[in-house]
Ligand binder design. Structure first.
Ligand SMILES: [Zn+2]
Ligand SMILES: [Zn+2]
Length: 411
């Protein structure tokens, strides 16, 4: 048997019983290496380490960079999904609070992370826009950050207005960087589309087609997306009450992500919500686990992915049991750093093991020197507060000028 099937069978997800088992002969588990386990050779591993695996030309890799709730916590950022394609294209779906850290853990040069698709404008789905925008530009994104998102029922409730205001809120941040670092990344573009569009194409380049359709959540405006490439279909459902458009347009998905909210009783006990508001939030504004299962039974994806709950030892079993009352197909109860490698033949589910002390990867292209004349000066008042550090700092200039063959002078 292949190493892939071995990992699928004995891997993390299976160990927790969240996926349907694939049938494997017991003897096959010992088929490697002439039936012996080597004391010195590595065995097949069943986890994903960022920056350690090539992506196959026909392969799609999906990584959960946020699966939790508006109050992000150390183990779970809010909604964010990275889709990497074998043709080199990468897409982010949602950018919820805390997710920028997870994205950083994937060690992907920021120049490749310039396309974000927002399901709606709750902070648990776009709260880290500022972090990726500025942090990405600082660390090698040499082009604008592009944000696709829905219109609202009024212009000020739309994505364009939200992003324009993010840009305005960052005037101090961005002005303070002028003339100091590569300026090309400090632009953010909102590409707003009609939230009422039904299976409309919102992006089509390089063999990738992304479509949107409406979702039903809080106010008019939220949407879900599909991404089709190379005969594979990824579906990302943002927050929603179960809706007819998802039922219609997610049907042939290889991987279908859909929210699956915390059960009412858990909201009452853990969040201390009243039973009344728990019922309203967990069954009417969002999708209850039983309803998630019902949706997946209708669309029958190759892999159903549930998210938008705190996944703990004492909450997961309840959610799984509730989903299983209405759905018995392939299932991943998502948590941060879960990874799906998707080809036409198989879907491999693993967890990523990440380096918490990761540094940003190198820029994919050479940085450009900024025009120093665009730098905005301090006032005389502030400059007048500088202590005299010239003698202290000059050795740093001497050392750096010598090392890199420069002739830089202190301000
Ligand atoms: Zn929401
Ligand atoms: Zn949400």
């Amino acid at each position: 048997m292949s190493k892939t099937r071995l990992s699928l069978t004995v891997g993390f997800a299976m160990a927790l019983g969240f996926m349907l088992a694939q049938h494997v002969e017991f003897s096959e588990l010992f088929a490697q290496d002439g039936g012996k386990v080597s004391p010195v050779k590595p065995r097949a591993r069943d986890f994903y380490v960022p920056n350690s695996e090539a992506l196959g030309a026909d392969e799609m890799r999906i990584i959960a960079c946020g699966t939790g709730m508006p109050t992000a916590r150390p183990s779970q950022a809010a909604s964010c999904w990275l889709v990497e394609l074998g043709n080199g294209e990468k897409f982010l779906f949602d950018l919820g609070t805390g997710s920028a850290e997870r994205i950083a853990a994937m060690q992907i040069p920021y120049n490749y992370l310039d396309k974000v698709f927002l399901s709606h404008l709750h902070t648990d789905h776009f709260g880290d826009i500022m972090s990726l925008f500025v942090g990405g530009a600082l660390m090698g994104r040499q082009k604008p950050l592009r944000i696709w998102g829905p219109s609202g029922d009024t212009p000020e409730r739309g994505t364009k207005s939200a992003i324009d205001h993010v840009r305005k809120a960052l005037i101090w941040d961005l002005d303070g960087r002028k003339g100091i670092t590569d300026p090309r990344g400090y632009f953010i573009e909102a590409k707003e589309f009609d939230y009422k569009g039904v299976n409309q194409i919102v992006y089509q380049e390089n063999g990738v087609t992304i479509r949107s359709w409406p979702a039903i959540h809080s106010l008019d405006g939220p949407v879900s997306f599909s991404l089709e490439w190379n005969g594979l279909k990824f579906v990302f459902g943002g927050d929603t009450y179960p809706n007819k458009w998802y039922d219609e347009f997610a049907r042939d998905a290889d991987v279908a992500i859909h929210e699956c909210f915390i059960p009412v009783g858990v909201m009452v006990e853990k969040f201390k919500f009243t039973p009344q508001s728990s019922l309203a939030v967990a069954t009417q504004i969002h999708t209850a686990p039983e309803a998630f299962g019902k949706v997946m039974s209708m669309i029958k994806p190759r892999m159903a992915v549930a998210y938008h709950f705190f996944k703990d030892f004492d909450t997961t079993g309840d959610i799984l049991e509730r989903v299983r009352t209405t759905y018995d197909g392939p299932l991943s109860l998502a948590e941060d750093y879960m990874v799906w490698n998707v080809t036409k033949d198989k879907i491999r589910v693993r967890m990523a093991i990440v380096d918490e002390d990761v540094w940003p990867p190198p820029a994919s292209e050479k940085p450009q020197l900024p025009d120093a004349s665009t730098r905005i000066p301090y006032s005389k008042f502030i400059v007048g507060g500088k202590l005299d550090m010239h003698k202290t700092l000059q050795p740093i200039y001497d050392e750096t000028n010598k090392k890199y063959g420069l002739n830089e002078k202190q301000d």
